[in-house]
Design a protein around this ligand. Sequence first.
Ligand SMILES: Nc1ncnc2c1ncn2[C@@H]1O[C@H](COP(=O)(O)OP(=O)(O)OP(=O)(O)O)[C@@H](O)[C@H]1O
Length: 229
Amino acid sequence: MTPNSPPAPGSSPALRCAGLTHHYPASDHDVPALHDVALSAARGRVTALVGPSGSGKSTLLRILACLDRPTHGTVEVNGVDATALSARRRRQLRRHQLGYVFQNPIDNLLGYLTVEEHLGLAARLRRTGPAGGELLDALGLAGRRAHYPRQLSGGEQQRVALAFAAAGDPAALLADEPTAQLDRASAHLVGEALHRLASLGHAVVVATHDPELTAVADDVHELVDGRIA
Ligand SMILES: Nc1ncnc2c1ncn2[C@@H]1O[C@H](COP(=O)(O)OP(=O)(O)OP(=O)(O)O)[C@@H](O)[C@H]1O
């Protein structure tokens, strides 16, 4: 199976991890962050990772997004064991099958590209056809195609970031506290956008403290001291 080949119907979840343990190396002693974590995230569902500060949510999200490699354990994307791939193949898998959204809206966007140009860039990166206006319509961004990031509110920027992450139909979208810098009304719209993207067939995984997002989650996993509680 190549990184961007479609999953067989009814087969593996978009994302699955097992036996995940992670330590951050430090000069005196390693910092433990995850212990034996296992979970899966299916297309069509919003999965929330919740838990106190320092419990390991961001670490887990970055590992699921194949941005970091775990100390031990496996991450499967559409049934492909990403932890067994070369760095080059893992990059390909990430580019085609995973979209990632950072907490700070402006970190997700390029200031010199319009909304529409962001979708064009995503299509080129993923080697898919241009994403139709449906994605922008679905996320309440109709009429914003020609705008640059600086012309959008933080909440609109974050929804453009979600559209950019979702263009080209990756299996999973992962977002790390995407509403942390937004007011309640904008956070609510981002929650609706995540739910909409799941209904379009993505597996959506979000690390969050925000009740607006846990309210739209189909599955909620609580982390405590690096373990699923
Ligand atoms: N780059 C790093 N180097 C060393 N330790 C780290 C690093 N990143 C995170 N940690 C540690 O790993 C543990 C888990 O951190 P992580 O950021 O994953 O938690 P979190 O649940 O996302 O926290 P928050 O809700 O505050 O963002 C914490 O003890 C943290 O201090």
